[in-house]
Design a protein around this ligand. Sequence first.
Ligand SMILES: CC(C)(COP(=O)(O)OP(=O)(O)OC[C@H]1O[C@@H](n2cnc3c(N)ncnc32)[C@H](O)[C@@H]1OP(=O)(O)O)[C@@H](O)C(=O)NCCC(=O)NCCS
Length: 165
Amino acid sequence: MGHTFTAEKPEHADGVERVLARAFGPGRYAKTSERVRERGAVFEPSLTRIAVNDAGDVVGVCRIWRVEAGAPLFFLGPLAVDPSEQAAGVGLALARDSIAACRASVGNGVALVGAERFFRPLGFTVVPNGRLSMPGPVDPTRFLWLELRPGGLDKVQGELRAPKR
Ligand SMILES: CC(C)(COP(=O)(O)OP(=O)(O)OC[C@H]1O[C@@H](n2cnc3c(N)ncnc32)[C@H](O)[C@@H]1OP(=O)(O)O)[C@@H](O)C(=O)NCCC(=O)NCCS
């Protein structure tokens, strides 16, 4: 089945909620990443990517937020694909597209909590010990970042928090 990738619009809200509920189940609000989003991360719908199938249903989402840790930074997540359409390349394509949008908007870097094996092909590496922290517990082997321009991560350090703006 073919997929279209677009920025997130208000009309996608119900479909995104359905995908998140089906992909993550009830544990999703317990994640430390949710604390970052609750504490004033600024949602960026134009950098977020939604996958829509040929029937017009939302089947995937990769959300992008603006945060700060010593310098401005993007925070990626949640990334989810509906279980009925997983393992067909949609997740990787969504992540790649939203990161390309972040790069085009001239950012320093992207941080996330996720599987290193999944995100390594996109250029992500494990955050060096002590450089960044989250407002809650995080598995350090799943705390990843990506530089978007040379030197972009040089001043990035400390806890992910709301952007100063
Ligand atoms: C993780 C998720 C977004 C991947 O989306 P997807 O469309 O199924 O993934 P893709 O088909 O693009 O997979 C790309 C590659 O990543 C691998 N992969 C998929 N899920 C993975 C995971 N959780 N951990 C490690 N690797 C994974 C696939 O095997 C594939 O590699 P291959 O091509 O060498 O086989 C999707 O499975 C999902 O929504 N899972 C539940 C929610 C979740 O755990 N999100 C957190 C993401 S870290």
